[in-house]
Design a protein around this ligand. Sequence first.
Ligand code: COI
Length: 352
Amino acid sequence: LSIKIDPNIYALVKQTSLPEDLGFGKYFSPIMVSAHYQNNRWQNLCLKPYESLVLDPATMVFHYGQSIFEGMKAYRNNDSLHIYRPIDHAKRFQLSACRIAIPELPVEMFVTAVTELTRASAPLIPQDEIFTFYIRPFIFADQIGLGVKASESYLFLVIGSPSGDYFSDQAVRVMIERKYYRSAASGGTGAVKTSGNYACSLLSDYNAKVAGFHQSLWLDSKSGKYIEEMTGMNFFVVRKGKLVTPPLNNSILSGITRNTLFYLAKELGIEVVEKPLPIDEVTSDITNGQIEECFICGTAAGITSVALLGEESGQSYALHSVNGPITTKLRQALNNAQRGKIPVPKEWILKI
Ligand code: COI
């Protein structure tokens, strides 16, 4: 598959220097990939300098939010560089596109785009294993007009950010969100990565931080009784040595890290149970010690231990074991899998 490469990009990458303290998603490779959707088809990919976009105020995405994204990573393993599970990310991107009437991007185009961006950005990806190259593919509606309808033109872009950990803390405090809901009970967009899912989480995120928490935990919007997920991560508890996580319904994102953990748990002989988790049962099992550990997982966050669950009003339930043995064992296995240090299904690792 062809991609047009602007020859200026190599000098740009060479001239760029990054600070030592990268944080997450703050600094970017000075290059990006773009492709337009016009005249009923995706046009050619282009790898070019990172630049600001000039958009008409009536560009549809600003008004009706027709936009999707992915989050994925490239890792170094000694001298080699690879992207983790790009085909799975490409397929999920297609599902997200379909749900909000964006034309599907072919898997090969997605994989070529992330591969070429990573290859050309390689000099900016630190050797040190605390860092990764966080890749952010996205598509938005760029037709001009205020009629409410699916756009006829789109822009696909991929940018990349040499990054450290998403959470700088060792463990997070999680607020049980009782007032707002992230997604409709059924037939909504919770199962895909549309920007609107994140927009509707932000008030809760703000309130959670004011109340001293790091993150909100979403409950199902039909009954308000069952745990769904965090805004950008899936949720797991360890109960009597087993991993328990809510089953995928049509409002929970099918996390690629979640799926990797299923694979790794099996390898490690840890049983995984997908079952509805009533919030009241979870808080009482934390209190009585039946739930020993709890963590959240995602591409950006890896495995992050939960220190406590709490209500906005103040009542809180502290986990007996923070960064406990199973969380730590799985985190180690996840890092090894993502870094290509232990065997995983071969299509998960795409060498650059
Ligand atoms: C990721 O884990 O890559 C995500 O997309 C979640 C992010 C929005 C924090």
